[in-house]
Design a protein around this ligand. Structure first.
Ligand code: SF4
Length: 426
């Protein structure tokens, strides 16, 4: 059979067998009073179903398989979680299944009970070679349904990301400021240098940097030194100074720099070079002590953006993208889209994680409002949906679309997607 078991879940969940009479393989009439709650975790596929079989009311779980022998293949006969299955719904009944007490498990063969075009439509959808399976059909779906599903996946995305925050928070013994510093560093690497920035933050705790907040040169020396950029010969006085400071601090704190080869410069515009990003990051560190506490207290988006604008970046970077090469007209500051990137990918996630972890709903709400106010991201993924008429009005939509594409469309989980169900359901 060239379709996944989820297709049969879809038929059962939405009662797509219609109003026809259903019979078990032993010819007992079945009336579905409640088809049960779809269970996407371990255990039977639908919980708390209610059936009338012959004259008796049965309450329990439903298990669905392509073949009845899948019951044995999945070793349900040894699993107590399946003891309360009241009906085995299968496409093909190739072997009788008995319960532990020796009674036959009732079977419903679903193969010929749904309209055949449903399977054709489903296969057409998931076998499409479009940028995403429903690219040619999504315009038929009501905007209200699309936006409703996007809201759901946006929350899924924030929950997933806040779990990453919680994991790091636990490793850092509940220190929100230090945890925020790690994620902030990562976001200064943007897409290409996110990993070396993360490794850098691990090698250089915020607590250590905080001891040098009264000395910007030492902050810069620690950041560039730990990033591996100071292990070379310089002609300009500024990097020479950084190197001297770093060698002293390296010895004092027994520091080990990360490998310089981790940093990527290729195919990047100079304003995105990691050297300039590190200079901006250093400036942010010494300009904004207790940054996370400040963020928690700022309710206005413009004020939040302002925290990342006009940073006191060392004047050396007005004429350099690299330590050993002069340049002209260097824009030292983070651009608006870079600031928006940090607000979208780090601040909103932290506000959400903070509110969720501490049960303070006002921060969850602020995270969502922030995404609603910020402009949408303009990238190859958001363009795919925009081109077929999906509204992408703000960062809330663009973040939701990134999640939709990654977790649903790329995985062809159209049967778990309200948009897919709307397309397939007659
Ligand atoms: S998962 Fe949903 S949005 Fe994505 S292709 Fe399938 S039906 Fe379309």
């Amino acid at each position: 059979m060239n379709f996944p078991e989820e297709f049969l879940h879809f038929i059962w969940q939405f009662k797509l067998y219609g109003n026809q009479k259903l019979y078990t393989t032993t010819n007992e009439i079945i009336e579905v009073i409640q088809q049960g709650m779809h269970n996407k975790n371990a255990g039977p596929d639908f919980n708390n179903a209610k059936l009338k079989v012959a004259d008796a009311i049965w309450v329990g779980n439903i298990e669905i398989h392509i073949r009845s022998s899948d019951w044995l293949l999945h070793q349900h006969q040894f699993d107590n979680a399946y003891e309360n299955v009241i009906l085995h719904v299968v496409y093909e009944d190739d072997v009788p299944i008995y319960r532990k007490d020796g009674t036959l498990l009732p079977v419903l063969i679903i193969k010929d009970l749904y309209p055949p075009h449903l399977l054709d439509s489903y296969q057409y959808l998931i076998n499409s070679v479009n940028l995403f399976p429903c690219e040619k059909q999504i315009h038929e779906v009501d905007k209200f349904i699309i936006n409703g599903f996007l809201s759901r996946v946006l929350i899924e995305r924030l929950v997933q990301k806040s779990m990453e925050v919680e994991e790091k928070l636990s490793l850092l013994k509940g220190d929100w400021d230090e945890t925020f510093y790690h994620f902030l560093a990562k976001s200064f690497g943007f897409k290409v240098n996110a990993i070396p920035m993360e490794i850098l933050a691990q090698s250089l705790p915020k607590q250590l940097l905080s001891k040098h907040l009264n000395n910007p040169l030492q902050i810069e020396a620690l950041i560039f030194g730990q990033a591996g950029f100071l292990n070379q010969k310089f002609t300009h006085e500024y990097p020479k100074q950084l190197k001297r400071e770093y060698l002293f601090l390296k010895k004092k704190y027994s520091l080990k720099p990360i490998d310089i080869s981790l940093w990527k410069f290729m195919r990047m515009r100079p304003q995105n070079f990691p050297t300039l990003r590190l200079a901006q990051f250093a400036a942010l560190i010494y300009a904004s002590n207790h940054l996370f506490s400040k963020i928690l207290n700022i309710k206005n988006v413009q004020e939040l953006s302002q925290l990342f604008a006009d940073l006191p970046v060392n004047p050396f970077w007005k004429t350099h993208y690299h330590f050993n090469k002069e340049a002209q007209n260097v824009v030292q500051q983070l651009g608006k889209s870079s600031i928006d990137h940090i607000l979208i990918n780090t601040l909103s996630v932290f506000l959400f994680a903070y509110g969720k972890t501490l049960d303070q709903y006002q921060f969850v709400k602020r995270a969502i409002t922030l995404l609603e106010i910020l402009p949408p991201e303009n990238n190859s993924i958001t363009k795919q949906y925009l081109n077929v008429g999906v509204e992408v009005n703000n960062a809330f939509n663009s973040q939701a679309l990134l999640q939709l594409k990654k977790m649903y469309c790329n995985e062809k989980k159209c049967l778990n997607c309200t948009i897919g169900i709307k397309i397939l359901k007659p």
